[in-house]
Unconditional design. Structure first.
Length: 335
């Protein structure tokens, strides 16, 4: 037996009957020779970790636009925190940790510069709209690896597509990531908001602090423990009514106090304007797109609107600013 086959056998012997076993994967769109060391989901995890879109997350907004401090979260650190939360839950429930991690690491690959502000901008100007979960799937299916995609398994792509609150992942591992995403941003965004002077611990409603805890760490701990306790040996991933309701209320509170806060979001209108202006410019100046996008248009692989969206969605915050400056801001005269 190869190392991979031994690992697959250990999964069958140890993991929960509700786990997505590597040997039972629905496979990839393009058939490949199996790796002799890694099961399919571990292989997917590695492909995501090494792709360019993953590295760009380090310079994409989580909540605060291009924050000056070194300790604010970025889209990359958010992704890593989601992954760690999800792996903790999956391991405790004896579910497939490799599948869980692959979904978690890939769930935000399609996010725009400036986070949800950039997403709203592209959704407004693109004829077919724009949703970052769908773009994340497009990244791994089409855009990465010189246009060949990463050829990930169907289970990983399903989890990435359905990680949003309204999603319905087909595996328990995908359901874990869907909840872990919410747990991560609720916990770490309160931490960042307190650090940024937007929020104080005392302003969080007393009942929520009593139910979930009086610090970001305590709240994360409470939510993760509750998910594990409620989901043990069950065919679904869930929270108890008490913790679930408190989590939903804290999320509403965060939208009111942080995500839509005038101080925290003072620059968002500029970010939205920047992204929209870049889109409109490149729609009218297709020849200035990078060669790979021009080639795709010439080959009939997506309309120009889709390829402009692909280019802009892939930008980091800093690169988007650089492109805007080069296009719209006049330079000083040089001799």
């Amino acid at each position: 037996m190869t190392i991979r086959e031994q690992m697959e056998q250990r999964e069958l012997e140890y993991l929960s009957p509700y786990a997505a076993m590597s040997v039972n994967s629905k496979g990839r769109d393009r058939e490949e020779v199996p790796c002799d060391i890694r099961p399919v989901y571990q292989r997917d995890r590695d492909r995501i970790l090494h792709c360019k879109a993953f590295r760009r997350l380090k310079q994409k907004t989580q909540v605060f636009l291009m924050p000056k401090g070194d300790h604010y979260r970025t889209r990359l650190t958010h992704t890593l925190e989601v992954s760690q939360n999800a792996r903790t839950i999956a391991k405790a429930l004896r579910l497939n940790e490799d599948l869980t991690e692959a979904i978690a690491l890939g769930h935000d690959l399609g996010h725009t510069p400036y986070g949800h502000a950039g997403e709203r901008a592209l959704n407004r100007v693109c004829p077919n709209g724009f949703r970052h979960n769908e773009q994340s799937v497009r990244v791994v299916e089409v855009l990465e690896n010189q246009g060949q995609g990463l050829n990930l398994t169907k289970e990983v792509r399903d989890g990435i597509l359905n990680h949003k609150t309204a999603g319905r992942p087909s595996t328990l591992e995908g359901q874990i990531v869907r909840l872990s995403d919410k747990i991560a941003y609720i916990a770490h965004d309160t931490d960042d908001a307190i650090r940024g002077g937007i929020l104080t611990e005392e302003r969080i409603p007393k009942e929520l602090r009593k139910t979930l805890g009086a610090s970001p760490r305590q709240r994360m701990n409470a939510m993760i423990h509750d998910v594990i306790t409620q989901s043990m040996d069950c065919p679904e991933i869930r929270m108890s009514p008490e913790i679930g309701e408190a989590t939903a209320e804290l999320r509403k509170f965060m939208f009111a106090e942080v995500y839509q806060n005038s101080r925290a979001k003072a620059e968002e209108k500029k970010a939205v304007h920047l992204v929209e202006q870049l889109y409109m410019y490149y729609i009218e100046h297709i020849s200035e797109l990078p060669e790979k996008y021009r080639d795709r248009i010439e080959r009939g692989e997506g309309k120009k609107e889709q390829n402009v969206c692909d280019f802009i969605a892939g930008m980091t915050d800093l690169y988007a600013v650089k492109q805007y400056q080069e296009i719209f801001i006049p330079e000083s005269w040089k001799i």
